[in-house]
Ligand binder design. Structure first.
Ligand code: MLT
Ligand code: MN
Ligand code: ZN
Length: 305
């Protein structure tokens, strides 16, 4: 299995257009302790020729141009055979609107997430320009074989496991939340017995998380915030990490403590908010992550499983 990190930042990216926090100012100023990041997304392939993109970030066209394997090879076509979504947040879906040039797409997600996107959304009709344009394929806890728009198998199964989260901001008040609004994606190459687990948004631990981590060879995990009061401490608002459905890394009950118990897996942190002190190479927080045996993902990172 080939994996490429297309983006590793939380919504807004790094730097974020309206933020002059210490981290954003430093990366804008070219401080070598920081790297700029686009919004989180992964590309995965079995053969290196046909790819599945996990989350379609608003930066997707830049991410494609930065990844030769994702660029078209002739005429009008794309190596991207399928797209799968972990939730309906705009940092994970807005890129769909940039992929609209009548290109057939296979889009996988839960019925709750697909309905939240396509129900009553005039913009998304641009992905339904002809009968074979976007095929919506429903995901749930049972593994389904992934296929491109042409029904060619991609060599993986995919399942969606409910994870504590919240409704996308634009759906709040319109309907009740459901357990399938925010999911982990489990992508498995059965032939080679390799499993990738992608959880870019998680509000807290839940029963079954340890087993999910144990069953994966490689994990990409929510690292939005280091601490619960990270925004408040920087004078950037009152919202706490936990109110925003992001489980902070630090503390006895933080996600890092749990992840470090699974350090024999390859674990990468992603969906990193621009305020997070782990963004600075050499910071005490970054050192604590590294001591825990966990890596910080960066844009363009490639690995083979
Ligand atoms: C999140 O990860 O919490 C969302 O990206 C928030 C948002 O959509 O602004
Ligand atoms: Mn987000
Ligand atoms: Zn910032």
């Amino acid at each position: 299995m080939h994996v490429r990190v297309l983006g590793s930042a939380a919504g807004g990216g790094f730097p974020q257009w309206n933020c002059a926090c210490g981290n954003c100012a430093a990366v804008r100023g070219g401080d070598p302790a920081f790297e700029a990041r686009t919004q989180d997304s992964l590309a995965v392939s079995r053969d290196g020729a046909r790819w599945i993109v996990l989350n379609a970030s608003p930066d997707i066209t830049r991410q494609i141009e930065a990844a030769p394997a994702l660029c078209p090879r002739h005429g009008r076509e794309t190596p991207i055979a399928a797209i799968a979504l972990t939730n309906g947040d705009l940092d994970h879906c807005l890129g769909l609107l940039s992929l609209r040039e009548s290109q057939p797409l296979a889009l996988y997600s839960t019925s709750a997430i697909l309905e939240g996107l396509f129900g009553n959304n005039a913009f998304l009709r641009t992905l339904e320009r002809h009968g074979d344009h976007t095929s919506l394929r429903e995901l749930g806890p049972a593994p389904v074989p992934l296929e491109g728009p042409d029904k060619e198998p991609l060599g993986f199964t995919l399942q969606a496991v409910p994870v504590p989260g919240q409704l996308p901001i634009h759906l709040r008040g319109l309907r009740e939340p459901s357990a399938m609004d925010n999911v982990a994606l489990v992508l498995r190459d059965r032939q080679r017995d390799r499993t990738l687990l992608y959880i870019p948004g998680i509000a807290r631990s839940f029963e079954g998380l340890r087993e999910l981590l144990d069953a994966a060879d490689c994990v990409f995990f929510d690292a939005t915030f280091w601490s619960d009061r990270e925004l408040g401490e920087r004078g950037l608002g009152e919202a706490r990490a936990r109110d925003m459905a992001h489980w902070p890394l630090s503390g006895d009950d933080g996600s890092l403590a749990l992840l470090s118990a699974h350090r024999e897996r390859r674990i990468f942190l992603t969906h990193i908010n621009n305020t997070n002190p782990i963004l600075r190479k050499g910071s005490p927080e970054r050192a604590a992550v590294e001591r825990a045996g966990i890596a910080v993902a960066h844009d363009g990172l490639e690995l083979s499983l």
